[in-house]
Design a protein around this ligand. Structure first.
Ligand SMILES: [Fe+2]
Length: 257
């Protein structure tokens, strides 16, 4: 899967607009400032390091997060129409959690988590276009995301903390303590974590279908690739934000778009 420079730029504008529309007041300002500060890193980030995982291509992270926000808003209407108690959380909490659910994938304030793979063998044989940055201490994605938010003085509610923490649902054993309880008093008091998890699951599944089903059906020839994606000229309209990229690794990726 390949996004054009124009698609990457327009995804970034949608990403920032979601903050402006759904996160009001001082917190919205702080979140915008945070994302503008790390724009250069986030705008081209993949959503994973291995190409078999969903959205492991330049710009895949923002593309995925925007899809999760869209799916979350649709899930909000669906759950509400089926009688879910929508008074236990706010739409702002849902969108805040969706925007930041995978934030830990960016790494820490000084180091990117995914950097371009330097080992050609791993790239060719294992499909690893990126590798984990060993300068980064180990931390789970939700923990690192929450740490980054508090480190930049961006507050989050109790609901948002549990929702970001458990967004992988029971695919992550660490969430059993919140999601596998049998006693009523130990179950979440709001459906927000389930709604975000469903949105994330839906987005990742659709990304898998779009990326991999055509390949599994043998539609991955050069000709069909040409049919599916409009390849733009390499330097055509590299937009304002993309032109500011300084990191050599990211510049390389951008030049190959
Ligand atoms: Fe996700």
């Amino acid at each position: 899967m390949k996004l054009t420079a124009e698609q990457i730029q327009s995804n970034w504008e949608v990403f920032l607009d979601n903050i402006k529309v759904y996160i009001p007041g001082n917190r919205g300002e702080q979140l915008l400032n945070f994302y503008k500060r790390y724009e250069e890193r986030i705008i081209l980030m993949p959503a994973a390091h291995k190409k078999e995982y969903h959205s492991a291509f330049p710009g895949g992270y923002v593309d995925h997060v925007n899809r999760v926000v869209r799916c979350a808003l649709k899930q909000y209407d669906l759950w509400g129409s089926e009688g879910c108690d929508m008074t236990t959380f706010t739409k702002e909490e849902l969108v805040f959690s969706a925007i930041n659910h995978d934030l830990g994938k960016m790494g820490d304030k000084d180091h990117e988590a995914y950097i371009p793979q330097t080992d050609q063998w791993r790239k060719d044989k294992l499909g690893e276009d990126y590798m984990f940055n060993k300068k980064l201490a180990f931390c789970s994605v939700p923990d690192r995301g929450l740490f980054l938010l508090q480190q930049h003085d961006i507050s989050y509610t109790f609901n948002e903390m549990i929702t970001i923490q458990t967004h992988d649902g029971l695919y992550d054993n660490a969430n059993e303590k919140y999601l596998k309880a049998f006693m009523p008093e130990q179950k979440p008091r709001t459906s927000l974590p389930y709604i975000l998890h469903q949105a994330d699951l839906m987005a990742a599944r659709i990304e898998f279908e779009q990326e991999w089903l055509p390949k599994l059906k043998g539609e991955n020839s050069v000709e069909s690739q040409k049919k599916n994606y409009t390849l733009k000229s390499k330097t055509s309209s590299k937009s304002k934000a993309l032109n500011t990229i300084k990191s050599p690794g990211l510049k390389n990726m951008l030049d190959s778009l």
